[in-house]
Design a protein around this ligand. Structure first.
Ligand SMILES: Nc1ncnc2c1ncn2[C@@H]1O[C@H](COP(=O)(O)OP(=O)(O)OP(=O)(O)O)[C@@H](O)[C@H]1O
Ligand SMILES: [Mg+2]
Length: 374
């Protein structure tokens, strides 16, 4: 059982259905894919709720009694070996211990992987090591993991989050290695997700890439305002507080519908006010931006001068349709269109700037709002 949170607008991980707004259609679509043996790639702009959705969906799959789910996060991994270690750790956490100790099948898996668990003498935390030293061992290890999971009685669904990470691995063939793995175990369902939308789509939509057309593309959109409004009002009212639908609409627009930013603002408003007024919302926004000052102030140092100027101009101009338009260039004194175009490409490559339905946006909402005030 999860502890109930101190504030109903949770900011970190999934905290149970009560604190999770809507996504009913998305869950149905996911369920349909899994029931029909299709792998899925889930992509979206940042912080819309991909990871939380998967956790919510996995809870439902586990509750149905038909499925077992594993959630692997590759964010911190830099090689196939580290990815295998991440998958092994998740597998061990889920199946490693039975009431009678280390299970026999897990022992078999560990010996196939050359894996050992030792206790860090300083922290006392168990640490996993695996013996992928010789070339070719990666395939062998992935195979052993696949066989172990395939032999489970229930159907297995694995989410690999931050999957775009594998295209940065030291090994050039990482995508091919994982593609082969997925193909070898057709009974295991995979959900691939990642926070870098462009890279995720490219991996599955470019015909030269190993994962080309190997999974159903599923795009996650912002939660609809009509669903968010009763969710927010409900939590306020349950605690004897009020907030108007008009104000929620303003919050939603300011946050560009981005789940994280909406949750953050509501979290603060809920904590500080009983009957929220518009000025309270403005105050909270200023406070939040001020808190981020130290982080955001680093951006000019990480970018070239032109990149920074273009970046800032985009934030000030939202919604911007034509960044090379003469009026825009003149108004923000950006100089020649060719150098602006080069700067823009660099910003887009890092997904600092994104194009959504023809509109150029500073991807990170809070950063955009902070720069617009400069
Ligand atoms: N449906 C929801 N209802 C309420 N809060 C949600 C919902 N979905 C996500 N959140 C909250 O929004 C924030 C962002 O969610 P999450 O981390 O799942 O997004 P993400 O798309 O995986 O982000 P990233 O792009 O960084 O990987 C979290 O604080 C999460 O708790
Ligand atoms: Mg995520």
């Amino acid at each position: 059982m999860m502890k109930s949170p101190g504030n109903p607008f949770v900011l970190n991980t999934y905290h149970g259905k009560k604190y999770f707004c809507d996504r009913e259609n998305d869950i149905e679509v996911l369920r349909n894919h899994i029931d029909n043996d299709r792998n899925v790639v889930l992509f979206a702009w940042r912080r819309l709720g991909k990871s939380a959705l998967i956790q919510r969906f996995f809870e439902e799959l586990e509750d149905s009694g038909e499925f077992e789910t594993l959630y692997v996060d590759l964010l911190a991994t830099h090689s196939i070996e580290e990815a295998i270690k991440a998958i092994t750790t998740v597998t061990y956490d889920k199946y490693g211990k039975t009431h009678s100790g280390f299970s026999a099948t897990m022992q078999k898996l560990f010996s196939a992987l050359g894996a050992t668990i030792s206790f860090n003498p300083l922290s006392g935390i168990p640490e996993l090591s695996i013996g992928i030293k010789q070339p070719g061992m990666e395939d062998h290890s992935l195979n052993a993991l696949g066989v172990f999971l395939q032999e489970r009685k229930k159907r297995i669904v694995i989410t690999i989050d931050e999957f775009q990470q594998i295209s940065h691995y030291a090994e050039k063939n990482a995508e091919a290695v994982f593609r082969t793995w997925v193909q070898l175990f057709p009974d295991i369902r995979f959900i691939f997700s990642g926070s870098h939308r462009t890279m995720m789509v490219e991996m599955f939509a470019e015909n030269s890439r190993p994962f080309y057309q190997s999974a159903q593309l599923m795009s996650l959109l912002p939660i609809a305002l009509e669903k968010y409004t009763p969710f927010i009002q409900g939590h306020f009212e349950d605690n004897g507080k009020t907030i108007s639908a008009e104000l929620i609409e303003k919050i939603y627009a300011w946050a560009r519908g981005q789940t994280y930013t909406i949750q953050l603002i509501c979290n603060y408003l809920f904590a500080q006010f009983n009957h929220v007024e518009e000025e309270d919302f403005h105050k909270i926004c200023s406070d939040i931006l001020e808190q981020h000052q130290a982080i955001f102030a680093n951006f000019p140092k990480m970018l070239t001068r032109t990149q920074w100027n273009v970046f800032k101009a985009i934030a000030k101009e939202e919604p911007l349709f034509s960044p090379l338009n003469k009026d825009f260039l003149t108004k923000h004194r950006l100089g020649a269109a060719s150098s602006v175009s080069t700067a823009l490409k660099a910003l887009q490559k890092q997904e600092l700037v994104v194009v959504d339905e023809g509109v150029y946006l500073v991807h990170e909402v809070l950063l955009a709002r902070w720069m617009a005030r400069l």
